[in-house]
Write a protein that binds this ligand. Structure first.
Ligand code: IMP
Ligand code: MG
Length: 182
């Protein structure tokens, strides 16, 4: 799989030491609050597992599954919620975890949806934040790394459902994206 990458952006050790810092900050901020983490499947899976093991607070964990990409590198803007029932968020302090903030469509839609269920507070934590003009304005309260507007894979992030199991994050070769019609 590594030969499909243009270059590696973040090695596993770099990711994990950044997660130490993020987790310390979250632990400090939520020390007096009952935290409910809502992870957005599937891309945030590795991030969630490594981050939450570094947060020594009592917390609840739930998931949301959404689709917006339809296999290519560009979002359609339409966000489809794949489950029937929303997690129980009423009166809870919610921390949404996602892999990457790109156009903002996904997190804006999730935030709006959860707000209708009256949580006490909502914050957003993303591993990666693409530095770009977004289609929808979204503020991430916690960001692992800021990156350029390039298509990245690994550590949970996919291209057409592949590369999620790479332990590091890298930029996918543009010829492979073009070949797949992305
Ligand atoms: P947004 O709705 O455009 O902000 O996109 C959010 C979702 O698109 C993420 O949760 C990812 O699943 C996917 N995505 C956006 N950029 C990338 C990327 O560079 N690599 C892999 N997936 C991405
Ligand atoms: Mg994806």
């Amino acid at each position: 799989m590594q030969q499909d990458l243009e270059r590696i952006l973040f090695h596993e050790t770099t990711i994990l030491s950044r997660l130490d810092q993020l987790a310390a900050q979250i632990t400090q901020d939520y020390r007096d609050r009952e935290l409910t983490v809502i992870a957005v499947l599937t891309g945030s899976l590795m991030f969630m597992a490594d981050l939450l093991r570094r947060i020594p607070l009592p917390l609840k964990l739930d998931f949301l599954a959404v689709a917006s990409y339809h296999g290519k590198t560009q979002t359609t803007g339409e966000v489809i919620f794949k489950q029937v029932a929303l997690p129980d968020v009423k009166d809870r302090h919610i921390l949404i975890l996602d892999d990457i903030l790109d156009s903002g469509h996904t997190l804006a839609a999730i935030r709006e949806k959860l707000e209708t269920a009256n949580p006490r507070s909502i914050r957003v934590c993303v591993l990666l934040n693409k530095k770009k003009q977004r289609a929808r304005h979204v503020d991430a309260d916690y960001v692992g790394f800021d990156i350029e507007d390039e298509f990245v894979v690994g550590y949970g992030l996919d291209f057409m459902e592949s590369y999620r199991n790479l332990p590091y994050i890298g930029v996918l070769r543009k010829d492979l994206i073009a070949q797949a019609g992305g």
